[in-house]
Design a protein. Structure first.
Length: 202
């Protein structure tokens, strides 16, 4: 159930369960997805016709043999701490979550990747060892993380103190009570018209 707060441009959203955390790489819970999709974004996404289109990437291409993908990132996209999204963040995300040692629930989404190269700050080249016809579909749902922050705090802390590039950032989280989000003024698509969203359990 979703209702407007008539006193200010806010939204109240009630869901059946509180999110156990906000890292979609390790939680497939609907309550996690509902919140995390406002914090994080993907390299590519889908439009209303289900076609794959750019998101954090300004453009992308794939070789005819399905063994090379090139992503050109948008310049000037900022994480919630003000740092700029760079190719190193994308490489880190892919390399970390495809590593079996990290046991991410989305690891299979990176099947077939041999290596990831970053020839400059805004270019990512994914080299496939084997063709994976579902690669673009999978990558359209896998969020890009802030590499420096994730390296510093680790999975558990990152899940409860996310730093993404999305239209909202975390303001307050009280487990089993509510999650409060506030709009991100420097969002690259423009500040959201809604100032805040509160997710309640109920």
């Amino acid at each position: 159930m979703c209702a407007s707060d008539l006193q200010s441009p806010r939204l109240i959203y009630a869901q059946a369960a509180q999110a156990p955390g906000f890292d979609q790489h390790f939680s497939s819970a609907v309550s996690t997805r509902n919140v995390a999709m406002l914090f994080f974004e993907t390299l590519i996404t889908r439009d209303e016709n289900n076609a794959i289109i750019p998101e954090l990437a300004a453009e992308f291409s794939g070789s005819a043999d399905g063994l090379t993908y090139i992503f050109k990132l948008r310049q000037g996209v900022k994480f919630h701490d003000g740092s700029e999204l760079k190719a190193a963040d994308v490489k880190y995300t892919i390399d970390y979550y495809r590593d079996p040692a990290n046991a991410a629930t989305i690891q299979s989404g990176y099947t077939g990747i041999g290596s990831v190269e970053t020839p400059d700050d805004y270019t990512v080249v994914v080299n496939m060892e084997t063709v994976n016809a579902a690669s673009l579909v999978n990558w359209a749902t896998n969020p890009i993380v802030h590499s420096k922050h994730h390296q510093e705090v680790g999975d558990a802390t990152y899940s409860t103190s996310p730093i993404g590039t999305g239209p909202f950032k975390l303001k307050e989280w009280k487990a089993s009570e509510y999650t409060e989000l506030e709009s991100y003024a420097d969002y690259f698509k423009g500040r959201p018209e809604v100032d805040a969203i509160r997710f309640l359990v109920g």
